[in-house]
Design a protein around this ligand. Structure first.
Ligand code: FAD
Ligand code: FES
Length: 252
């Protein structure tokens, strides 16, 4: 797989430390499915390894990525102005698969919304969306998704339910008792752990998008492995066998 050249059209701050990056690609990425990601070469040359980002949106040759500044690479990226050339590899990884028979529930924590937003779009009108973050400012991450009427939780109570997104989901879970539901989730590891604990007694099917540090993103270096319950081959590469996994098959 070769890099695709692109140019930044916009790189806009949407909340404190969060950005929406739009890149016009020089050629098509082909078919993109919800949950897939790109490996991006950070402009500026100071950061050697590419960084993985979920494909927030891809339409008419324009790739959109939503990201949070957490370290050197994302800090550098946040300073890249319009017109900056960018190299991306993708689309990569396994995607969310949706069954027609189950009622979908999408659960996202903070920037984890970037990983499920493409899925939420496909499922709009059908899925219940749960989003949790620290405070009102971060609710801006949902800007393009407010028409989905998401259930919102903020830790400080400045918007929606006061608490975390799993506590909010717990309040609603009773309403689906006995129904065929499936959960699709992306967020910090603590959120995924709490989700697992909450739904364990009900054995609700759940697909989760895992974020792990990556070097190659192509399945070559085994730098991104996660332990699973597979007795034969317990270690799976997040970039190749994931990033979307069955929650009940991963060891957390
Ligand atoms: C499949 C996938 C999709 C992703 N999608 C998005 C996205 O859409 N938006 C977004 O903002 N981020 C996303 N991430 C995470 C993103 O790749 C990292 O935040 C980014 O690589 C950090 O680079 P950095 O140079 O700024 O930070 P670094 O300087 O490399 O690290 C800074 C801190 O972040 C931690 N960190 C770095 N990378 C990861 C990681 N992959 N997972 C967990 N912790 C990490 C480090 O341990 C360290 O504490 C995704 C990761 C994966 C694997
Ligand atoms: S990042 Fe190299 S194998 Fe996954």
């Amino acid at each position: 797989m070769d890099d695709i050249e692109g140019k930044i059209i916009s790189n806009k701050k949407i909340a404190q430390g969060h950005y929406l990056l739009r890149i016009r690609l020089s050629r098509s990425m082909g078919m993109v499915r919800p949950g897939q990601f790109v490996m991006m070469k950070i402009p500026g040359g100071e950061v050697f390894l590419r960084r993985p980002f979920s494909i927030y949106d891809y339409q008419q040759g324009i790739l959109t990525v939503m990201y949070k500044v957490v370290g050197k690479g994302t800090e550098q990226l946040s300073k890249a102005p319009k017109g900056t050339p960018v190299l991306t590899l993708g689309p990569l990884g396994r995607w969310f698969t949706v069954s027609d028979s189950a009622i979908p529930i999408v659960v996202a924590g903070g920037i984890g919304f970037a990983g499920v937003s493409a899925l939420a779009k496909i499922l709009q009108g059908k899925a219940s969306i749960f989003f949790g973050c620290s405070a009102l400012d971060e609710v801006s991450l949902l800007k393009g998704a407010m028409h989905f009427h998401p259930f919102i939780a903020t830790l400080d109570g400045s918007c929606g339910f006061k608490g975390n997104v799993i506590q909010l989901l717990k309040k609603h879970l009773k309403g689906w008792k006995g129904k065929n539901v499936e959960i699709f989730a992306c967020g910090p590891e603590n959120m995924v752990k709490s989700l697992k604990k909450l739904i364990e007694p009900y054995k609700i099917p759940c697909q989760v998008l895992l974020e792990e540090r990556m070097a190659c993103g192509l399945g070559l270096c085994f730098g991104c492995v996660k332990k699973t319950t597979d007795a034969q081959e317990p270690y799976k590469r997040v970039c190749k066998e994931g990033p979307v996994f069955d929650l009940w098959e991963i060891s957390l």
